[in-house]
Structure formats: structure tokens, C-alpha cells
Write a protein that binds this ligand. Structure first.
Ligand code: MN
Length: 224
């Protein structure tokens, strides 16, 4: 996701109906073609009006957020966060039943959370704990796996965490199929997680940030 202004809405890495029956085709069309497109359009408008931002990649806008001019921090946090978080979310899914965590990720999950079922329960609990709109995340912090949540479109990149997996719990992500039943949506989403992708992210992140946080955690989400 090391891309630059002007941002474009890249296609999903699978067909709109690929996640059925767990996530429906209409939701995927609306979520990708309208919701994500709006964040892209808004982010491009912010950068068009503030050309000083144009040399930052999408990731750099978020990792360097606190170094940006104060007046630009909120729009970048919301719009760049919205683009990054949605792409990360869409890339983290695939057709049902295609993959499982690789040996290294599986070992790390078991060490941190006791076993995979406990990890799933804790992740679900985190997803259900988000009040209003936001995300649940599995991240690397100081070389360790953590489950965390963020409100709105806030990104763990801002506080130096390395994201591995996220779940969008904004109602637009599930309301058409699951109505208000977020718990049922979380269970269904677990059926379409792209564990090959998460394992690759873990390999990359674990090698790159084996030491400690590059930026101290200053609480733009809270730790579970
Ligand atoms: Mn969304």
C-alpha cells in the first residue's frame, strides 16, 4: 500500500460475491465502490488543497501524522485512515476456507493467547466492545501480538503499531445482511479471513520491528 496522490480505487482482489454466503455481494459493492471511493475522493481533495502532503505515501501520511501541520492532522487522520483501513480490511479477506495461519503465526498466536480459539474469543470481544464505529485489530507492538480497537478511521500506524489484521465494525460493513447483529457478523467474517495474507504480514512485520516501538503508544485506541 505504498501508493501516492492521486489515489485511485484499486479493484478488490476477488469478485464481489467471493465472500458469500458470509458477506454479501451488495454490501461489498457499496462498501468498496461507494464508501471507500468517498474516502479516496476526500483524501485527494485534502491533498489537492494542501500540496505539501503530496510527497507522502498513504502509509507515511499516517505514520507521520503527528508531524503534519496541526490543521491537517484531523482530515488526514480521517480520510487517509479511511483509505488505508478499508484496503487493509478488504485485502485481509478471501473466499471461505482457503487458508489457515502458517506455523510461525500459529505459534505466536498460541504463545500470546493460549490457543487459537481463545484468540478468536478475545478478538470477538474486542470487536463487540467498539462503541459506535471503528475497527478491531491484531497488531504487533514491541514484537508482541496485541488485540486492540480504534474508533472511527483511526489507524494503529499512528502510534507505531504494525497491523496484521483488521475488522471493520462500522454498521455499513454488515447491516444489510446481519442487521444489528454484530456478533453474527464477526463469526461470519472469521470464515473469510485470508490467513495467508496475515501470515505474510506477520513475517514482514516481525522481521522489520523486532525491537520496540518506533513511536511511543499515546492512546489513540485502547489496549484490550
Ligand atoms: Mn467500512
Amino acid at each position: 500500500m505504498n501508493c501516492f496522490y492521486p489515489f485511485i480505487n484499486t479493484p478488490l482482489p476477488y469478485s464481489y460475491d467471493a465472500l458469500m454466503p458470509f458477506i454479501d455481494e451488495t454490501t461489498m459493492h457499496l462498501h468498496h465502490d461507494r464508501h471507500l471511493q468517498t474516502y479516496i475522493d476526500n483524501l485527494n481533495a485534502v491533498i489537492e488543497a494542501n500540496p505539501c502532503l503530496a510527497h507522502y505515501s498513504l502509509e507515511e501520511l499516517l505514520t507521520n501524522l503527528r508531524g503534519l501541520p496541526t490543521a491537517l492532522q484531523l482530515p488526514v487522520r480521517n480520510q487517509a485512515g479511511g483509505v488505508y483501513n478499508h484496503r487493509f480490511f478488504f485485502d485481509g479477506m478471501e473466499r471461505p476456507g482457503q487458508s489457515t495461519p502458517d506455523a510461525e503465526l500459529s505459534g505466536a498466536l498460541n504463545r500470546q493467547f493460549h490457543d487459537f480459539n481463545t484468540f478468536q474469543s478475545l478478538f470477538k470481544e474486542a470487536a463487540l466492545s467498539v462503541f459506535g464505529s471503528g475497527y478491531a485489530w491484531l497488531v504487533l507492538e514491541c514484537g508482541r501480538l496485541r488485540i486492540t480497537v480504534t474508533p472511527n478511521q483511526d489507524s494503529p500506524l499512528v502510534c507505531g503499531q504494525y497491523p496484521l489484521l483488521n475488522l471493520d465494525v462500522w454498521e455499513h460493513a454488515y447491516y444489510l445482511k446481519h442487521y444489528n447483529l454484530r456478533a453474527a457478523y464477526v463469526d461470519d467474517w472469521f470464515r473469510v479471513v485470508n490467513w495467508n495474507m496475515v501470515s505474510r504480514r506477520f513475517q514482514a512485520g516481525h522481521g522489520r520491528r523486532r525491537g520496540c516501538c518506533e513511536v511511543p503508544f499515546r492512546g489513540m485506541g485502547h489496549m484490550i
